[in-house]
Ligand binder design. Structure first.
Ligand code: AMP
Ligand code: ZN
Length: 139
């Protein structure tokens, strides 16, 4: 996609600070990090949604992301890392080229996901599981 900023980063038309590259994926530092070292792993093919990324490329993204997480932990003396992927604007996706965030985390880094915890009404959990399973398409 010619106007996509992440495609431009892959082509070198927009500068980025590279962490890793191979034939399938490119990883670079997020310009506005949650913590220093926050990295984005992107497929070299343009996909808006993670759901259309071929399995071997999605697998490489996850593997590279988790290895970068380990390297960030060791080098920056952090305690853990989050892998985060926003799919769709409602989920917080701003750049419409699928990307995996690798966020190094410290026990006292002061960042919180604001994760709420709802409760299911009786029967709703099983109903959702059955209906979603019926819609699943894996090829
Ligand atoms: P998301 O909200 O999941 O779509 O995340 C997009 C991420 O891309 C944000 O964390 C931005 O800081 C990051 N970002 C946008 N433009 C650039 C850029 N030119 N170089 C590095 N990171 C970028
Ligand atoms: Zn793109």
């Amino acid at each position: 996609m010619s106007e996509c900023i992440f495609c431009k980063i892959i082509k070198g038309e927009i500068p980025s600070v590279k962490i890793y590259e191979d034939e399938l994926v490119y990883a670079f530092l997020d310009i506005s990090p949650i913590n220093f070292g926050h990295t984005l792993v992107i497929p070299k093919e343009h996909h808006e949604s993670a759901s259309t990324i071929p399995e071997h490329i999605a697998g490489r993204m996850f593997r590279v992301g988790s290895r970068i997480g380990i390297a960030l932990k060791r080098e920056l003396d952090m305690d853990g890392y989050n892998l985060h992927l926003a799919d769709g604007q409602a989920a917080g996706q701003v750049v419409m080229h699928a990307h995996l965030h690798v966020v190094p985390r410290g026990v006292e880094d002061g960042f919180h996901w604001n994760w709420r915890q709802l409760s299911y009404p009786e029967g709703r959990m099983a109903e959702i599981a059955e209906k979603v399973a019926g819609r699943l398409k894996l090829d």
